[in-house]
Design a protein around this ligand. Structure first.
Ligand SMILES: O=P(O)(O)O[C@H]1O[C@H](CO)[C@@H](O)[C@H]1O
Ligand SMILES: O=c1cc[nH]c(=O)[nH]1
Length: 237
């Protein structure tokens, strides 16, 4: 086994990766969009597949939920498997008033209530940001595909069930949506000198209680998947 969490051999994972939280969403993307997908990881059922998209090698693997989980998987992918670009394809709760169910949010930045950055011992507050080339490619394709999309700040939260009810406070700072992984992914990418972006589909609106079904979350957010696949194969530094 190459790492404690990934049984892939070096070379079995492509330099370009899509990363949903849910491993079954990874399987869905692989089966739906990749040519000749091969499963390279089943450890903890964190399924990972490599195939090609429009002839370009692309992998797709689950990250699990939360920053500790994506922190482990993305670290191993960047450092052991030489992955260069990861686009997280997640679900998020819409916070800003203009963000509606099923809209797509491109995470230009990722605020967080987690202490993930403390490992770096910085003498201040780190601002995790998405990679500009990936962001630019995703924005261009979103425009071309005529999607309902927004670009701006995400909140990567350590809590899904938040006792402090802080969503309205983040709304005041123009945070668009809440999810649970982008900030750690952006920090791991920055530290490794790699590229990362989070694209999220709005699955619910925590401030109103509106939501989509689990089945829809797993399978039917295809606009985001197609957008991320186009962005990940776009050349750019
Ligand atoms: O749909 P995924 O990618 O898992 O993303 C969101 O959904 C999970 C919470 O339900 C968290 O992982 C959050 O970030
Ligand atoms: O982390 C998440 C994901 C989807 N919806 C939320 O409210 N939070």
């Amino acid at each position: 086994m190459a790492t404690p969490h990934n049984q892939a051999n070096p070379g079995e994972i492509a330099p370009r990766m899509l990363m949903p939280g849910d491993p079954l969403r990874a399987q869905f993307i692989a089966e739906q969009y990749l040519e000749h997908p091969v499963c390279y990881n089943r450890v903890r059922n964190m399924l990972g597949f490599t195939g090609t998209y429009k002839g370009v090698p692309v992998s797709v693997q689950g990250s699990g939920m939360g920053m500790p989980s994506i922190g482990i998987y993305s670290y191993e992918l960047f450092h052991t498997y030489n992955v260069q670009k990861i686009i997280r394809v997640g679900t998020a709760g819409g916070i800003a008033p203009q963000v509606q169910l099923r809209d797509i949010v491109l995470g230009q930045g990722a605020c967080t209530n987690s202490s993930y950055a403390s490992q770096y011992g910085l003498p201040g507050t780190y601002a995790p940001i998405g990679d500009f080339a990936l962001l630019e490619a995703a924005a261009a394709h979103a425009r071309q595909l005529n999607l309902h999309w927004h670009v701006g700040n995400l909140l990567s939260s350590d809590t899904f069930y938040d006792d402090s009810n802080s969503t309205a406070q983040w709304q005041k700072m123009n945070v668009l949506a809440v999810e649970m992984e982008a900030a750690a992914l952006y920090m791991n990418a920055a530290r490794a000198g790699k590229q990362a972006l989070c694209i999220a589909t709005v699955s619910d609106l925590p401030l109103t209680g509106a939501s989509t079904s689990a089945q829809e979350r797993q399978e039917s957010f295809t606009a985001m998947m197609e957008l991320a696949l186009e962005a990940i194969i776009t050349e750019g530094d």
